[in-house]
Design a protein around this ligand. Structure first.
Ligand code: ARG
Length: 396
């Protein structure tokens, strides 16, 4: 009996070659395609899967679930990996893995496969998630065992087998894209000294080519979740799409990072995440307006742990769930509106309002309207410093 395998299929070079490679080894391949807003039309991608030899294609539109259950919780946590990466790729993996396992179960298939290399983070994310859900499934990773030693060799193989592919030998970037952002690596980017060339700009303008005048946008939040843009209520997917376009015109949301991978190496990646850049700035600004300082500090300290868990494939881990519970509790007051200014690659909050704002103009003002009791400061300082009085005496 032929064995069947469900492959997480993207339509890119690696997974297209995977289909054929698995087929040559006697597998009947079910290609599972998750729509996470990668912006590729599904038609040609499905055609490619067929041309590569997939027996069956399963497509699921996961954009709504992606935003609601993965993007928003991470935004609420303010989680950014190594200060620069909004985790677009990392967030899609546990979601795709979850559905990959479901598709396998539904079709009675006992083997799943992915097109990740043995050097990256994505293999970790896919496999850890799949094993959390069903440790009895067999997992195959053709890229870890096959004979091709370079992208060029894969391209040759694809051409030989008439698999229509996107990449040309001239621009061999590896690109992962979804609604939340673009990740780009390989090719000339492997030289850490070389500035990313113009053709690495995928979803936004370079700051030097951005609009000559600043643009403004207002973002409304309800309990930490973005719910409106310029006063118009929008559901998540639409909101991100609209905001991405707007921010992209101003060159907002680009970063490059020499990052620390799970498997120990450093790698260089270019990221574009226009909507994320605006929403993180807005969300953090609103939090500073409505949350007290101690809570802000602890929350900020946990944000990097949250990001490390997401990056490292531990999305469904108990620690990550516990952090979500904490974060959720902090978001009760994070309702309000932030106004932001976008200009040539930068995005700054320039105004905010909220029914829960802790800022009181009459207490902060230096004008005659001041209502702050300055005499109360005297006793406060005395008691605050009491335990330390004289403790530096004679120390030289
Ligand atoms: N380094 C990023 C991560 O681990 C992106 C990985 C995928 N990148 C790519 N260009 N295919 O999340």
């Amino acid at each position: 009996m032929t064995q069947r395998v469900v492959l997480a299929y993207s339509g890119g070079l690696d997974t297209s070659v995977c289909v054929r490679w698995l087929q040559e080894r006697g597998y009947e391949v079910i290609a599972f395609m998750a729509d996470v807003g990668q912006g590729k039309s599904l038609g040609p991608t499905m055609k490619r899967a067929r041309a590569a030899g997939a027996r069956r294609i399963v497509v699921r539109d996961l954009r709504g679930e992606f935003v609601r259950d993965y993007v928003w919780p991470t935004l609420k946590a303010d989680a950014v990996y190594e200060g620069k990466y909004y985790l677009a790729t990392a967030l899609s993996r546990p979601l795709i893995a979850k559905h990959l396992v479901e598709v396998a179960h539904r079709h009675g298939v006992r083997t799943v496969a992915h097109g990740c290399t043995g050097k990256g983070n994505d293999q970790v994310r896919f496999e850890v998630t799949a094993r959390m859900l069903d440790p009895t499934l067999r997992i195959m990773a053709p890229l870890r065992e096959w004979e091709f030693r370079s992208r060029e060799e894969e391209i040759d193989y694809a051409l030989r087998h008439r698999i229509p592919i996107d990449v040309t030998k001239k621009s061999p970037y590896s690109i992962d894209q979804n609604l939340w952002g673009v990740s780009l690596e390989a090719g000339v980017l492997e030289n850490p000294w070389a500035e990313p060339p113009a053709d690495t700009y995928r979803s936004l303008r370079a700051p030097e080519r951005a609009a000559g005048r600043p643009g403004y946008v207002t973002v409304g939040f309800a309990r930490g979740v973005p719910v409106s843009l310029n006063g118009q209520r929008l559901e998540g997917v639409r909101l991100i799409e609209r905001l991405s376009q707007l921010a992209a015109r101003h060159g907002v949301g680009r970063s490059e990072l020499i990052e620390s991978r799970v498997v120990g190496i450093k790698s260089r990646e270019v990221y574009e995440a226009p909507a994320a850049a605006v929403l993180y700035e807005a969300h953090q600004d609103l939090q500073r307006f409505v949350l007290d300082g101690k809570l802000l500090a602890v929350k900020a300290a946990l944000a990097s742990t949250y990001a490390e868990l997401v990056y490292g494939g531990l999305w469904f881990s108990p620690l990550k769930r516990a952090l979500d519970a904490f974060v959720q509790e902090t978001q009760r007051r994070v309702t309000g509106t932030v106004r932001l200014k976008l200009f040539k690659g930068s995005c700054q909050a320039v105004g905010r309002r909220s029914p829960h704002g802790l800022y009181r103009e009459r207490l902060a003002t230096y004008s005659a309207k001041d209502a702050f009791d300055q005499r109360a400061a005297e006793g406060f300082i005395k008691l605050l410093g009491l335990p330390y009085e004289g403790t530096l005496k004679g120390r030289g």
